[in-house]
Design a protein around this ligand. Structure first.
Ligand code: PLP
Length: 387
C-alpha cells in the first residue's frame, strides 16, 4: 500500500493543528487564550441565521446547480461589479463551499509539471501546498517587514519567466495584515498583461481594511480576462462554519471549474446559499460593527505588544492578524509557538508555517475579546520576562 507522490507533497495549515492541540489542553482542564485561528469570534448576524433556518424549513435541502443558484450568482456579480468597479456577469461566478476551493480549482485547472507560480511569502500556506500538489514550481515572492509587508515590484519582475503561469496575490494579507498599494497593483497588472500571466487575487479580507479603501487589481486594463477573484462570507459575515465562498472566473475558465466541481463536491449547500443572499442584500451594520471592534482590538493589542521587551510589531492595515517580530528573543518562533501554548496558555502560530520569510515572527489573530487579548498579553509578558 502506498500513497501518491502528490498527496505526500501536500502541506497543511498549522492553525488547525495548533487549534486541535489547544482544544486537547482545554479538555485536560487548562485555560487557553485562542489567538491562533483566523476566525471572527462574533456569532453570525441574526438576520443571516434566520434566513438559513427559514431556507431549511422551506426545503432548500437538495442538490442545486453546480455553480450556484442563479439569483445568488447574479447578486454576487452585482456586488463584485460595484465593489471592484468592473463588469462581472452572473455566469462568471462559481459558488463554493468556502473560499479555499477557489484556489484549489484554479491551481488544478491551470498548473502542471514545469509551470511556475509566484506566490507571497509569508502567505496563506495552502498556496504553496497546492502548487506543489499540482506539480508546479512554487516561486516565493518575499514580503518584507521593512517594506511594511508589501513586495518589491522590481523583484517580482525578476521572478517572472516564460514558464510563469500564475501569480497569487492576497490583500489584505494573511498572515501580515499588510495591504498592497494601488500604484503597485497597477504596475503588477501591467507586468502580468505583458508576460501573459494569470492572476489569482485572494480578496477574502476585502471588507476588513482599517484606514484605506479596498483596491482590487482587477480594476486595471486587461486584467479581468486573466484574473480569478477569490472572496467569500467566512470572514466578513463571521460564517466560517457555513462554508460559503465564491470565485469570479474569466469566461474561458468557467466550464472547466464547473467540471472540477461536478467531480468533487457537486454543489454548495443550498440553504447556505440562501443565507448568503441575505448576507449580501440585508443590512450591513454588523460588518461595520465587527470591523470597528477589530480596529479597537488591533490598536490595543499592537500598542501593548510593543511594550514587551524583545517583541516588535508593525500596525497591520487590514485582516485581523498581527505579525510580530520575535527575532530578538532567545527562542525560535516554533519553540515560542509551542512554549507559549504549553507553558503560558496562549495559542498562536509560528511565522515559519507561512513560508521561509516568516521565520522569526509569530502570527497572532486578534479576533478575540479585549479581555482575552489583555489576558494573553499579560501571560506573554510574564513568559518572556522569564526567558
Ligand atoms: N484565503 C485566505 C488568505 C485565508 O486566510 C483564508 C482562511 O483563513 C481563506 C482564503 C479561506 O477561507 P474559507 O474559510 O472561506 O475557506
Amino acid at each position: 500500500m502506498s500513497l501518491t507522490h502528490s498527496v505526500q507533497q501536500l502541506g497543511t495549515e498549522t492553525a488547525f493543528k495548533v487549534l486541535a492541540k489547544a482544544k486537547d489542553l482545554e479538555a485536560q482542564g487548562r485555560n487557553i487564550v485562542h489567538l491562533e485561528i483566523g476566525q471572527p469570534d462574533f456569532p453570525t448576524p441574526a438576520n443571516i441565521v434566520a434566513a438559513g433556518k427559514q431556507a431549511i424549513d422551506e426545503g432548500w435541502t437538495s442538490y442545486g446547480p453546480t455553480c450556484g443558484q442563479p439569483d445568488f450568482r447574479e447578486l454576487i456579480a452585482e456586488h463584485i461589479s460595484t465593489t471592484r468597479g468592473i463588469n462581472v456577469q452572473g455566469s462568471q461566478v462559481v459558488v463554493t463551499p468556502g473560499g479555499k476551493p477557489v484556489m484549489f480549482y484554479a491551481i488544478l485547472a491551470l498548473v502542471e509539471e514545469g509551470d511556475e507560480v509566484v506566490y507571497p511569502d509569508p502567505g496563506f500556506p495552502i498556496y504553496k501546498s497546492l502548487i506543489d500538489f499540482a506539480g508546479g514550481k512554487a516561486i516565493p515572492l518575499p514580503l518584507l517587514e521593512v517594506n511594511d509587508f508589501s513586495f518589491d515590484v522590481e523583484k517580482l519582475e525578476t521572478l517572472i519567466s516564460d514558464k510563469t503561469k500564475l501569480l497569487i496575490l492576497n490583500s489584505p494579507q494573511n498572515p501580515t495584515g499588510g495591504v498592497l498599494k494601488k500604484e503597485d497593483l497597477e504596475t503588477i497588472a501591467t507586468l502580468c498583461v505583458k508576460h501573459d500571466v494569470v492572476i489569482l487575487t485572494d480578496e477574502i479580507y476585502s471588507q476588513l481594511l482599517y484606514d484605506d479603501t479596498f483596491e482590487s487589481i482587477t480594476q486595471f486594463d486587461g486584467v479581468s480576462e486573466r484574473a480569478i477573484i477569490l472572496d467569500g462570507f467566512s470572514k466578513t459575515y463571521s460564517m466560517t462554519g457555513w462554508r460559503l465562498g465564491y470565485g469570479i472566473y474569466p469566461k474561458w475558465l468557467v466550464d472547466s471549474i464547473e467540471n472540477l466541481m461536478v467531480n468533487s463536491n457537486s454543489c454548495t449547500a443550498s440553504f447556505t446559499q440562501r443565507a448568503g443572499m441575505e448576507a449580501l442584500s440585508g443590512p450591513q451594520d454588523s460588518v461595520v460593527q465587527m470591523r470597528e471592534a477589530f480596529r479597537k482590538r488591533r490598536d490595543f493589542f499592537i500598542e501593548e505588544l510593543n511594550k514587551i521587551p524583545g517583541i516588535s510589531c508593525r500596525v497591520p492595515k487590514g485582516a485581523f492578524y498581527a505579525f510580530a517580530n520575535v527575532s530578538q528573543l532567545p527562542l525560535s518562533s516554533k519553540e515560542l509557538e509551542n512554549r507559549l501554548l504549553e507553558e503560558a496558555g496562549v495559542a498562536c502560530l509560528a511565522g515559519d508555517g507561512f513560508g521561509e520569510q516568516g521565520r522569526g515572527f509569530i502570527r497572532f489573530s486578534y479576533a478575540n475579546s479585549i479581555e482575552n487579548i489583555g489576558e494573553a498579553l499579560s501571560r506573554i509578558d510574564v513568559f518572556v520576562a522569564k526567558l
